[in-house]
Design a protein around this ligand. Structure first.
Ligand SMILES: Cc1cc2nc3c(=O)[nH]c(=O)nc-3n(C[C@H](O)[C@H](O)[C@H](O)COP(=O)(O)O)c2cc1C
Length: 350
């Protein structure tokens, strides 16, 4: 598969309409088991929000042995994706992410993603989530990622209500859990700040979602500037969530080798840098979160994400105590990851 499952040379709409023909696995090893929110799992490996654009993608990856399946982020209204390019291979350097001359292979893929947080119309995704739920197998769960859409001149209350409306639709459509995407720009400030960094706003969103729906609620978080901020935020949000999913991405400027922005257009200077080279930063934050939970502050699920591109890394985060290991980049560039993960028992990785 020279292009990866997602064709980076094609539009988001094209990829939505063309689920990949994934390699077949004749005999998928049974997983080591797992448990999340009372569901028995074949394994604790899954796919983070993004690669699974719709039920066809969900079905294809479920068959390949990924067991925690996150339906890509949906909204209360249609939003188109940014123009191409949307995904570029990068090197994560000190000052910025820089376009890579040659894409790295062998579990070392690092990419910058600038898709613009697109979504289909609610009528489309609500039906399709139902279909996705029907297509996954026993021992697998479907999480649906939702995001609020700021209204022009809208206030915080309008945004909070919109998050809750999407969460309610996702739950009605059969989601086993709903992930609230908080690693997105806070629309009420000028500077680059994510909603999870505005703790009072994040807490109000989660509170509303948690008191609106009956299924477990997950909070998707990004990287924190200091361990103290991670601790304080998790403590403030824990009462209103059943789990944390982190680290969303490293938000960075992306440049070509001449120093020109790699994605053209307003609001695209920064992009989500994800994949192999983000593991050091992401796994450190996951460890912080695990340590904080161990200290007895609260007992919530922790789903590790960010740079998990090798089976060893997945086993590592699970051994440390994460409730699931989620991949996005690896799912796209290495669809047989789950089959290899299932083949390797934890003891063999020591
Ligand atoms: C193509 C692509 C699309 C993504 N879209 C979303 C999205 O819609 N919502 C979201 O919360 N995260 C999205 N992400 C981020 C992933 O959920 C994940 O946090 C990130 O890629 C880090 O994991 P990785 O290093 O395994 O790729 C996307 C990632 C990729 C690669």
């Amino acid at each position: 598969m020279p292009h990866g499952a997602y064709r980076v040379d094609r539009s988001y709409q094209w990829n939505y309409a063309h689920a990949p023909s994934l390699p077949r696995v004749r005999r998928l090893p049974s997983g080591a088991g797992g448990r999340l929110f009372g569901h028995m799992l074949n394994s604790s490996l899954g796919i983070a929000a993004g690669p699974l654009l719709n039920s066809k993608w969900v079905e294809g990856y479920a068959r390949l042995g990924f067991d925690v399946l996150t339906y890509a982020t949906v909204r209360s209204a249609f939003r188109p994706a940014h123009a191409l390019p949307n995904i570029r291979h990068v090197e994560n350097r000190e000052q910025a992410a820089v376009i890579a001359r040659r894409p790295a292979g062998n579990g070392d893929t690092t990419i910058a993603v600038s898709l613009g947080e697109p979504s289909m119309e609610p009528d489309v995704w609500r039906k399709d989530v139902r279909r996705a739920r029907e297509r996954i197998g026993p021992g697998q769960i479907l999480i649906v990622s939702v995001i609020g859409t700021p209204a022009p001149d809208g206030d915080a209350e309008t945004l909070i209500a919109d998050f809750a409306r999407c969460a309610a639709w996702a739950a009605e459509s059969g989601a086993d859990a709903v992930e609230v995407h908080l690693a997105t720009q806070d629309p009420f400030v000028e500077q680059a700040q994510m909603i999870y960094e505005n703790v009072p706003l994040a807490a109000r969103i989660l509170h509303r979602v948690r008191t609106t729906i009956g299924v477990p609620v997950l909070a998707k978080l990004g990287a924190f500037r200091t361990p103290r901020l991670l601790h304080d935020t998790a403590t403030r949000l824990a009462p209103w969530t059943n789990g944390f999913v982190l680290v969303h991405s490293i938000s960075r400027r992306v440049l070509d080798d001449k120093g020109t922005p790699a994605f053209e257009g307003t609001g695209r200077e920064r992009a989500d840098v994800v994949g192999a080279q983000t593991f050091t930063v992401a796994s450190r934050q996951v460890e912080e979160m695990l340590a904080w939970r161990k200290a007895g502050a609260w007992d919530r699920a922790i789903l590790a994400v960010g740079g998990i591109c090798t089976v060893e890394r997945a086993q590592d985060v699970l051994r440390e105590g994460a409730d699931a290991a989620l991949v996005a980049t690896a799912a796209l560039f290495d669809p047989l990851f789950a089959a290899r993960f299932r083949q390797t028992r934890p003891a063999e990785v020591a």
